[in-house]
Write a protein that binds this ligand. Structure first.
Ligand code: HEM
Length: 370
């Protein structure tokens, strides 16, 4: 009876092929197989984001007047609201960390090679979508750091010739960051980005079930674990550890809320305003080279990074192609060095400007806060 019901559902959803692939799938053992867990961890944190995000939506109010107050209410009056908000914020950071580890391990293991090139392409779009979540979500609490970091972020496209100004005002919806910008960020964060991302995550995960895990060309395969149920059970154990750590951190270090930004009473930016850690390498690069050069440079690097499966000429030959490996190592070093440098610079800036010195500026002086 139950089998009947299951097979009807599978055929109604046209999942026969996927179910057969899952039953046949094996996960190979080799020196680097531990890295296979990181895609699964990204999937878990992504799911947590969707669930906790929907919960926050019941109480969050996306207007410049109410956004900060509604988050204060979530944190002080809504039962367990502080925990859900803390989990959402910490899990967003964990998700980004997992995605970076997952992407670079897939790169160094050469998992982007055919037939998984399509997984690499969908992965790149997911990376950009997740960064989009980070950027749009940062403004939602409407505190001082959020306001000024978004102000800096939305100014960046202006360095581009011709289209720069248009792109910047399209993101902001106004000449300067205000309530309209918040509405736009909110619409993107809870509407546009989730719909595209959920679909793409489903495609990405179905593809790995159909195509199977890639094996690095130099790895010696010593065996394999059946995916269902053996490997899946191991994955669930890793997820439980990740989930436990996340809850512990969210409880021990509840996510903070800065002072509200008041549009009617503009202030100078607090010292050392900066974006989230995963944008810090960009932030520091923009500080040390001309903005237009940074934008073009990163644009070209992104195109190169996306096309790696097609540029790696030994794609089917099973050889090492060390140039790509070196490129990956240099990219990791660049991200680490620039991020560390950015935090040191922010620390210096804060040390030089005590927070008490933040000045109130007259109403008309809103633009001087740039
Ligand atoms: C929300 C973001 C993402 C989720 C939820 C996700 C999830 C997964 C999962 C569950 C797997 C199978 C397990 C594994 O091999 O690790 C996988 C494999 C893979 N992913 Fe992702 N991924 C994401 C982002 C990315 C990004 C940013 C890239 C690279 C640009 C990427 C490229 C790949 C590749 C090439 C594979 C095949 C790995 C192999 O065969 O060894 N993914 N992903």
């Amino acid at each position: 009876m139950i089998t009947d019901w299951k097979s009807h559902l599978i055929s109604a959803l046209h999942l026969e092929h996927t179910v057969a692939a899952v039953k046949e799938k094996n996960v190979p053992h080799h020196r680097s197989s531990i890295w296979y867990y990181f895609g699964g961890l990204a999937l878990m944190f992504f799911t947590i984001q969707v669930v906790t995000g929907v919960m926050l939506l019941f109480y969050y109010q996306p207007t410049a007047e109410l956004a900060h107050k509604s988050i204060e209410r979530i944190m002080t009056q809504v039962p367990f609201g502080w925990l859900i908000r803390s989990v959402h914020s910490w899990s967003a950071n964990a998700l980004m960390a997992m995605i970076f580890i997952h992407m670079f391990s897939a790169f160094l293991m050469k998992s982007y090679r055919a037939p998984r090139s399509i997984m690499w392409l969908t992965g790149i779009i997911l990376l950009l979508l997740m960064m989009g979540f980070g950027f749009t979500g940062y403004l939602l609490p409407w505190d001082q750091t959020a306001y000024f970091a978004t102000k800096i972020g939305t100014e960046v496209p202006k360095a581009l010739p011709w289209l720069g100004d248009i792109i910047s005002s399209l993101i902001k919806g106004a000449k300067d960051v205000n309530g309209t910008t918040l509405t736009r960020m909110f619409a993107l964060h809870v509407g546009v980005l989730p719909i595209i991302s959920i679909l793409l995550v489903l495609v990405h995960v179905t593809l790995i079930l159909l195509l199977g895990s890639g094996v690095p060309p130099v790895a010696k395969v010593t065996g394999a674990t059946k995916y269902f149920p053996d490997y899946l059970l191991k994955e669930v154990m890793v997820w439980l550890i990740g989930f436990g750590l996340l809850i512990a951190i969210a409880v021990l270090y509840p996510w903070e809320l800065g002072k509200a930004y008041d549009l009617a009473n503009p202030t100078e930016p607090p010292a050392g305003v900066h974006p989230e850690w995963y944008f810090m390498f960009l932030f520091q690069t923009l500080k040390v080279i001309p903005e237009w050069l940074a934008i073009f440079g990163f644009g070209i690097l992104l195109i190169f990074w996306t096309l790696v499966p097609f540029l790696d000429r030994k794609a089917n030959g099973g050889e090492r192609s060390p140039i790509f490996t070196y490129f990956g190592v240099v990219a990791i070093l660049y991200l680490c060095v620039m991020t560390a440098w950015a935090y040191i610079a922010v620390g210096d800036e804060r040390a030089q400007t005590p927070t008490e010195k933040i000045q109130q500026v007259p109403k008309q002086g809103g633009d001087s806060a740039k």
